[in-house]
Unconditional design. Structure first.
Length: 103
């Protein structure tokens, strides 16, 4: 079963398997006026984020051969899952308003 719901420019995708208790969830990124909150335990500050990124990097090698990334452009990035560090919930993270965001 696959459920997809558009949220502004971002998308939430939940995939559930009947054979396994495997849940993959792409959640929207927080903005200047929003933040993540675990609906299960109320955590607002500690999350493990799994993301996939496609980047273009300008790598400069010094004369000894040591690489250094001097420029990095993120072409695309997807948050695959956000897990609450307090209660270990993966499917319970939502976006809520930040305090004072409306002022």
């Amino acid at each position: 079963m696959v459920l997809t719901q558009a949220l502004g420019l971002r998308e939430i995708r939940i995939t559930a398997s009947r054979r396994k208790a495997n849940v993959t969830m792409t959640v929207p990124l927080p903005t200047d006026t929003t933040r993540w909150r675990c609906t299960l335990c109320g955590n607002l500050t500690r999350f493990d984020v799994t993301r996939s990124s496609k980047v273009v990097e300008y790598v400069h090698l010094d004369l000894a051969g040591e690489p250094k990334v001097e420029e990095r452009e993120v072409v695309s990035e997807t948050i695959e899952s956000v897990r609450c560090r307090w209660c270990n919930a993966v499917d319970q993270v939502e976006l809520v308003d930040r305090p004072g965001a409306g002022s």
